[in-house]
Design a protein around this ligand. Sequence first.
Ligand code: SF4
Length: 332
Amino acid sequence: MTELIRIENLKKYFPVRKGLLRRVTAHVKAVDGVSFSIGEKETIGLVGESGCGKTTAGRTILKLLDPTGGRIVYRENDITPLNSGQMRPLRKKLQIIFQDPYASLNPRMTVGKIIREGLDIHNIGEKKKRDGMVAEVLEKVGLPRNILDRYPHEFSGGQRQRVGIARALVLNPEFIVCDEAISALDVSIQAQIINLLADLKEEFGIAYLFIAHDLSVVEHISDRVAVMYLGKIVELAKTSELFSNPLHPYTRALLSSVPKPDPTIEHERIVLQGDVPSPIAPPEGCSFHPRCPLAVKGLCDTVEPLTVESDDHQFACHVVEEELGCETENPA
Ligand code: SF4
């Protein structure tokens, strides 16, 4: 598979300021050394609890936020140092669909203007033909062509999210970050939007970074799944492999909380104790150790586990590494 985007040791820290002089007293380490690549037409699911840094990671990859460290490589070009003006020609290729279909659409603009705005900014297509392009893309996302003059408040949540998808799609992107794009929708509408995104991926060859807090949501659409905890990727594998053979204790806990369709099948529920620690002062050693049922005293609370790869399955855990007899290495 041809590589589209590569993220190397990506970091995004937010300063915490205090006092009259607003001095920086600490940093929130929202993304702390994340590395993975996304191939053309590939979907990577990025999951983790609220506050684990997945949304910040998605926005930093698109350079909507400036990275604190690391590199973002798009089609073999390092885009990390580019400023907003230099990023502009790339924006049409790198798009985002936001979580909240209510807040992400300007209530004072018609649906037609919202979707057409990107075409005008990037000067795509002949001016006279742009409304036709908008109508065409509306049809692709399952909305009627005759709603160009209507306003977002006239539509349901699912329909608004389709407008959000159309806004991204009209620019013919190669890569879309779906930032909790279905989390605010009813369950039945969630399935429709996932199917729509999967169909659009097939038709237009788009790659997605599909961000969600629920593992069951990403299973259907993702080729690979990355699990994030406190700013770091703790496990990354092909979707079928991750669901059938989860290695990291955090992934196992997340999977155990996914409801099973057959209530007669018993499964053990792993309940994690406590909350996600503060990213301002993450715990020493493995950041998951205060909540981990397998934590080894004197090791997990002092030494940070490195990312290890075994048969295309990456994870960062001392105990699993020992069980599998892996040799430690840090894959790029
Ligand atoms: Fe648990 Fe230790 Fe593995 Fe971290 S390194 S996940 S604390 S067993």
